[in-house]
Ligand binder design. Sequence first.
Ligand SMILES: Cc1ncc(COP(=O)(O)O)c(C=O)c1O
Length: 459
Amino acid sequence: MNSHLEPDRELRDDLTQQVVAYLASWYDGASNSEAWGVDLDPDTLRELRRPPTEEGRDLESILSDLTVAGKDGIYHLSGGHMSYIPNAGLYTAALAEFLAAALNRYTGVAGAVPGFTAIEHGVIDWMTSLFDLGSEASGVLLSGGSMANLTGIVTARFSQLGDGFSAGVMYATPHTHHSVAKAARIAGFRDDQIVSMDTDADLRMDIGKLQERIASDRNAGRNPFLIIASAGTTDTGTVDPLDQLADVAAESDIWFHVDAAYGGFFQLTTRGKDVLHGIERADTIALDPHKGLSIPFGAGALLARHETQLLAAHHGRGGYLTDDDTYMGLRDIASLGPELSRPFRGLPVWLPLQLHGVAPFREALDSSLDLAEHAYNRLGTIEGIDARWAPDLSVVAFMFDDDEVGRSAWEAVNTDRTVHISPTIIEDRFVLRFAILNRRSTVEHVDYAIDIIEKTLVG
Ligand SMILES: Cc1ncc(COP(=O)(O)O)c(C=O)c1O
């Protein structure tokens, strides 16, 4: 046995303690730390890429490399992080990831570890019941929203079109996350098979135009098969008219996929559930526990109304596996998605939910909604700002009378480093946004950034 690769109990404890102590330096005061760091120089980046030596080195020097490596970029632990779609992370979920990796059991097939498989199916059951998807529903935990959208599109393609899908057409909007177009390409569709539908003034998919387009595509011999709605766009947090889109999908016999990667977990709140009304009629839903639940990156989910449809698109068997893909009533997770070997993704979602209960997650999401309302109300009073989109959820997007002033305001906020925000472009206009989903963000953080924006406008 190679003793280097097999630390004894004492050494294991020592290494673990070093890691725990190291993390304290990141966690203590994280809420009010700067939101992003200073760029590393090219020499340091080169140094960090150096290969391992034959002999290795001590953990202390490796951790000090990690400190250097983590100095630049966005600090996700900071309450000032409100750019892109933030994820504050969750220490208890990180402990669960450690447990999952340390136990290293195999969750691809149920028979390899039925108890762990049951835990992971329990997480999916909790999610499908959150969306009232019914008793036939199922799902799979994946690495994130991009994989969830891909898995949803492949399932829709297989169920609606079978093997011949060259005439298939799917409908999205210019504000649909780019992972959808990427997924469609990976799934074998040409760019012209994705129709980017017009949106109304509130940036929601236009129902009337969608109905017209479906009819004209059918007349032209094309095969409309999939509507992709957003339950919270990345740009503005806008929720498409889900219930009406579900009507169109039902009357036209079209698959209804909802990308709820950002907005889905607002379903836990009363206000969110109201806004997301109609999502319960989806055929598939893409969700990101690594957004709405703050689970560390690498936690996405695809939910499906009918497990049989997920299975039809993804099952696969080899002689080295048993013929049956269930064990004691538990479906092999590998039969529900693209991966065979996979991490035990259920644990970092299951452990924090079991430990803390659901209530603190709901409260955190409710606080994000409150904070977004505060930001929107204050921005609406500022001359030179056009806060035309009331937030559906917790992204507050706004324009400036002059785009160049907007760019200066953005630069001023980020240069200060207390808060980090990121813009987008909508119809060729510069749009700044507060993406509020970080439970460490406070009114003070939001007001601090708005004060800077206001000063830029005045001066
Ligand atoms: C609406 C939406 N869909 C999909 C994705 C892609 O998710 P991921 O980055 O987890 O792959 C994102 C990411 O921000 C998103 O906001």
